[in-house]
Design a protein around this ligand. Sequence first.
Ligand SMILES: [Zn+2]
Length: 638
Amino acid sequence: MVCHSRAPFVTLALLALVVPGAAADLPAYTPDATVPCDAIPAIYRWDLSPLFASDADWDAARVKLLGEVPALAKYEGKLAEPKTLRECLDLYFRLHDAASFLTQYPNLRQTTAQSDDHAGAMVQSSLGAMDALMQQASFIRREVLALSDQQMAQAYAKEPALAVNRPYLENLRRRASRVLSADAERALSLLGDNLWAEIDLNEIPSSHEDAFNAILTDIPWPKIKDEQGREVQLTQSNYGRYRQSSDRAVRKGAVTAYLGTLRQYQHALAATLAGQFELDVAYARARGYDNALAAYMDKDEVATAVHDNLIATVNANLPLMHRFVALRKQALGLDEVHLYDLYVPLAEGVEREIPFSEARQTLLAGLAPLGTEYGKVLTDGLDPASGWLDLYPCLDKESGAFSASVYGRHPYVMMNYQDSLDDMMTLAHEYGHALHSHLAMKAQPYSGYRYTTVLAEIASTCNEALLSDYLIANAKDPQEKAYLLMSKLEDIRQTIFRQTMFSEFERQVHGFVEAGTPVTATLLEQTYSDLIRKYYGPSFTLDPDDGLEWAYIPHFYYKYYVYSYATGLSSGIAIADRVRTLGQPAVDAYLKMLEGGCAAPPLDLLAGAGVDLTKPDAVAAAMRTFATTLDEVEKLLR
Ligand SMILES: [Zn+2]
């Protein structure tokens, strides 16, 4: 690890800048998930009134929008005319902005008022408004795709103001050659083809995915014994908790019962997965792609070389994973490492409480390497007075954490902060998303600010990497240091190694479908078992049902999506490395990528920040981080 020695100095300089005023004025508060939300001091809750002063205002805006949508119709059939094209797109994006603004208000409100049916109804009717807009605007895509390159060139020359939406137009026309005849398009769309969907693929489940979820819901999970020897009901949601129990009998019981139960449904689950993959391959072939991988990577404008490279580079580094499994064996004092031994924490959690005021100062210090410009935005955004943050848990609030952005305003960060080290890490993660959105919204027009999947988890994981290094360098005691190092290893194991293993599985099984090999439960189990053996190495002992793990992973229904978790964390780590070693020039390049939104192809934006995902470098940087962290942990354990 480089440059740790610089961190404390930067910290002091930065603390001197931000400490006066703000933090001292904040009311003290002890998080308590069982209080009503309005018992939390208002400063720590979202104030949505700047979006809409009242529900009546919101509804008036919805009615106004629905009244404006039909105005798009007058452009239909006329987009070959440059001026009309410009005016049509200007109106479309103004209405889209208004519709998405309309959606965000009830969405955010519902987050902290889950049982409020009125908010739920508002979410539904805002989606109805968005849907009305999308229906009315569907001619735009069709007509833009029908224009020739020459017509487009003339349009750009005649209407310079069209430039503001040029990245959108170019992205739309990029796959024009994949568009089929009107009849064929209609048939594919009726069947649910989403290679052309303009929303996130994961939002449109196929009937195979619905069947998969239905089977998992219907499965009667068995009872197992908990740590006190009591009989408890195993469920999909508590499986993860029992799997990481420090009581070996409990975790073994949970994993054995869970995978053994899946075996009883293996043929139904194999049929839903095979059905999904056959559909993926059919849509790809219908549009003339060589295979499903090419089709779904092309959807996001990512070269298939990125997928190849991820798998090749992780495979070349599998001895590191094998070392990690051996380390588990030694640290836990086991004779054998089984699947059920992979999730138990190797270091005790950190009990120390980290109130928000401390977390905020630590974040500013830990992320100081990202420079003063980033630091200034972060300082403002972390100030509860900015209105970005809904901080503490309460009775009617959603669990988890997220960041959502409202174009033209600011990002909103939802947390369930409970004064723990993990919560502070989550805060760093969500502020990575928030600042990415904030910078992109400032720099880009509405049509160009949303970043795509492959870029989505870079800013968040880069923040985590920088904060983690800062915390390790400033650890309060050896136990905290060990915990932080182990968290880093686990994060890389689960986000890079495991997701790459999933990617490999996804690819092999699509390959079977493409080659005409029948996809049976036996073939799926064999393929998955071989991958586990390869990934976990000689210190790992495979149990008879381990190869059934494929059967409950929902991500296999997401059409080549999981790779982006692994490339996201790799890129985040690689950028954090560059920032530490190269300083300001690396920071400037990184901020430019964040500001880029989706105004250029994602791999071009990323290359600007010094990461070329078609080459091994970024994944190799993450593997190096894993190796050096492993060295440190091995030293600590010695
Ligand atoms: Zn995230």
